[in-house]
Write a protein that binds this ligand. Structure first.
Ligand code: IPD
Ligand code: CA
Ligand code: CA
Length: 281
């Protein structure tokens, strides 16, 4: 008989969370030692898509610590520093070693380490650690979420005009016009729209009531895996939808409180659906 209960039991998930914290602490030590220095930057897809040696070194150390404890689990890291040997495992760690690389590279103190554990397609554990502010945002599926082990509370904002919204998107040819449309149409509608540059922290700020909502275009799984669970555990609703234009395919991610969600979703859709040729699925 296979013991699946064991593998999703609280003690198993707590062990996974503790391992994520150990891995994040090790990566944070590297990052904080380097923070403030001038960084050598490499470019990935374009001149706005950066990576530093610390993104790669952080991912390598996180990977090593996690696989030491869970050698059979799959591992998906943004930087893909090593090949995944267990890609068929039902357990997969999803890691963004530095979310907010542009901020880190320019010594802007707003970035984080994001680590999630997924089982059979569902996030079970989420950790987002902001090493500058020393804030650990944690969640275990069904067990709630916390910041530095203290309870959190989302806002109960229900009117668009009172909403403080964070947004995220990359400088990618087929993404920018959609983001521009939302910035153009919704800036007069919301109280404000902010682009902080680290989506995982945006979702944690939603979870703890520092903002009311988040939208992102072209969000990758590692940007939202841990933060999405943390926000969801605090009562947030989120969706990811595919956006297709003649220039390419991307996605739209929206997260906010349950009551505001349909209102926000409708208003965002009104805006992007007026882009010629854009199809939402
Ligand atoms: C980026 C940040 C940013 C979001 C971008 C992401 P990175 O991640 O989360 O807030 O707008 O879409 O790519 O590259 O700093 O890990
Ligand atoms: Ca990221
Ligand atoms: Ca990153």
């Amino acid at each position: 008989m296979t013991n699946t209960t064991d593998k999703t039991s609280i003690s198993f998930l707590q062990k996974a969370l503790n391992t994520a914290i150990k891995a994040a602490d090790a990566a944070a030590e590297l990052q904080l030692k380097a923070f403030g220095d001038e960084h050598d930057i490499e470019f990935k897809s374009n001149e706005a898509d950066l990576v530093t040696a610390y993104d790669k070194a952080s991912e390598a150390i996180i990977r090593r610590i996690i696989l030491e404890t869970f050698p059979d689990h799959a591992f998906l890291g943004e930087e893909g520093v090593e090949e995944d040997e267990n890609s068929s495992s039902a357990y997969r760690w999803i890691v963004d070693p530095i979310d907010g690389t542009m901020n880190f590279a320019y010594n802007l103190p707003h970035f984080c380490i994001s680590i999630a554990l997924e089982h059979a397609g569902e996030m079970q554990v989420g950790l987002v650690y902001d090493p500058v502010r020393k804030e650990y945002f944690k969640a275990i599926k069904g067990q709630g979420a916390s910041v530095n082990d203290k309870p959190m509370q989302m806002t109960d904002c229900t009117e668009l005009r009172n909403t403080v919204v964070a947004c995220g998107f990359g400088k990618i040819e087929h993404v920018v016009p959609i983001a521009q449309k939302l910035l153009h149409d919704l800036t007069p509608v919301f109280r404000t729209q902010r682009r902080f540059g680290a989506s995982a922290l945006d979702l944690c700020y939603l979870a703890c009531g520092r903002i009311d909502a988040f939208w992102g275009i072209n969000q990758k799984l590692w940007d939202v895996a841990a933060g999405g669970l943390i926000a969801e555990e605090m009562g947030a609703k989120f969706t990811t939808e595919t956006l297709t234009t003649e220039k390419g395919v991307t996605n739209l991610y929206i997260a906010t409180n349950q009551e505001l969600f349909p209102i926000m979703h409708k208003r965002i859709h009104e805006s992007i659906e007026s882009i010629e040729g854009l199809v939402v699925t």
